[in-house]
Design a protein around this ligand. Structure first.
Ligand SMILES: [Fe+2]
Ligand SMILES: [Fe+2]
Length: 272
C-alpha cells in the first residue's frame, strides 16, 4: 500500500484542524510556521540522510497510530478506566499527526512525502494464550514504557542540536507528545500491575527481556550504519536537520533501556 499522510482537503480536514487547535494543542503549532528549510550550504550527504530519516520516521510515527488504537479493545477487555482508554485514542491521533508533521519536514527538504510500505496496519500483539491483563501489559510495556521512553530520550537529544526553525518546531511538538505517551505506559502499569495474579505476573515478567531485545534490534536496524565514516561537517549538518549521529543514537538507545527502563520496571514490582 501507499502511505501519504496529508489531510484530504474535504470538510473532514477542517474537523481535523479544529481537533488539532483544541483537543490536541500542545504549545505553538508547527503548522503556523513557514514549512521551509534552508539547506543552502549544508553538506549534501547530510541533506540526503535527513530526507531518508524523516521519510522513515513519517512511516514509523503513522504506524504507531495503529498500535495505540489497537490497544483500545485490550484496555476495555482488561477493565482499565475510561480515561485510560480515551488517552490511548488521543495518542493514536497524536501519532497520525506526527506522521503528517514528519512528512511536512520531508517535503520541506525537497522530497514528496510518500512511501510504499508492506505492513502499515499491524496492531499490537494478540498473545492469544494469555488472559486480558497480562496481554495488555505486555503490549503497554513494549509500545509505551520501552518504545516511548526511548523516543523521549532520542528526541531530547535531537532537540539539543537542531537549528532549522521548522524542524525544531516539529521536534518540540513530538517531544511534548512522546512524553505523555511514555507516562501513559508507566501510569497504566502502576494502575494495573497490582491486579495481576502470580501466574499472570510471571507471564509479563518472562516477556520483558524478549520485548527489550526485540525493540533494541528494530531500532538498531532503523538507526542503520552509514556506508562511510561521517565527516565533522556532515555530522554537524545532520544534527542541524534533526538527524542524530548513528553512534550517539545507539548509545542513547542502550543507555536508556539499561539505566531508565529496567530500573523503572523493577520499581513497578516486576522481577526483571
Ligand atoms: Fe510519535
Ligand atoms: Fe508516541
Amino acid at each position: 500500500m501507499r502511505l501519504r499522510p496529508e489531510p484530504s482537503g474535504t470538510a473532514l480536514a477542517q474537523e481535523w484542524d479544529r481537533l488539532l487547535r483544541t483537543a490536541l494543542r500542545r504549545g505553538s503549532l508547527p503548522e503556523e510556521l513557514e514549512p521551509t528549510i534552508d539547506v543552502a550550504g549544508l553538506d549534501p550527504r547530510a541533506v540526503d540522510a535527513a530526507r531518508r530519516g524523516w521519510l522513515r520516521r513519517m512511516v514509523d510515527e503513522h504506524r504507531s497510530a495503529t498500535v495505540f488504537s489497537g490497544l483500545l479493545p485490550q484496555l476495555i477487555e482488561a477493565e482499565l478506566p475510561v480515561d485510560v482508554q480515551a488517552v490511548a485514542l488521543r495518542m493514536a491521533m497524536d501519532e497520525l499527526r506526527h506522521g503528517t508533521l514528519c512528512g511536512a519536514v520531508a517535503r520541506a527538504l525537497g522530497v514528496d512525502p510518500v512511501m510504499d510500505i508492506a505492513d502499515a496496519s499491524e496492531g499490537p500483539a494478540r498473545h492469544p494464550d494469555l488472559t486480558p491483563l497480562p496481554r495488555l501489559l505486555r503490549n503497554v510495556i513494549y509500545a509505551s514504557c520501552v518504545s516511548e521512553t526511548v523516543s523521549v530520550a532520542l528526541t531530547a537529544a535531537e532537540r539539543e542540536e537542531v537549528d532549522a526553525p521548522f524542524v525544531r518546531a516539529v521536534l518540540d511538538q513530538l517531544f511534548g507528545d512522546e512524553t505523555l505517551h511514555a507516562r501513559f505506559g508507566w501510569i497504566c502499569l502502576a494502575e494495573a500491575a497490582p491486579r495481576l495474579t502470580a501466574a499472570e505476573r510471571e507471564a509479563v515478567e518472562v516477556y520483558v527481556p524478549v520485548a527489550i531485545a526485540h525493540y533494541e534490534r528494530s531500532i538498531d536496524a532503523r538507526i542503520g550504519a552509514p556506508d562511510h565514516e561521517l565527516e565533522p561537517t556532515e555530522r554537524r549538518d545532520r544534527a542541524r536537520l534533526g538527524v542524530l549521529d548513528p553512534a550517539l543514537a545507539r548509545e542513547i538507545l542502550y543507555d536508556t533501556t539499561r539505566d531508565v527502563i529496567v530500573p523503572r520496571l523493577r520499581d513497578a514490582g516486576l522481577r526483571v
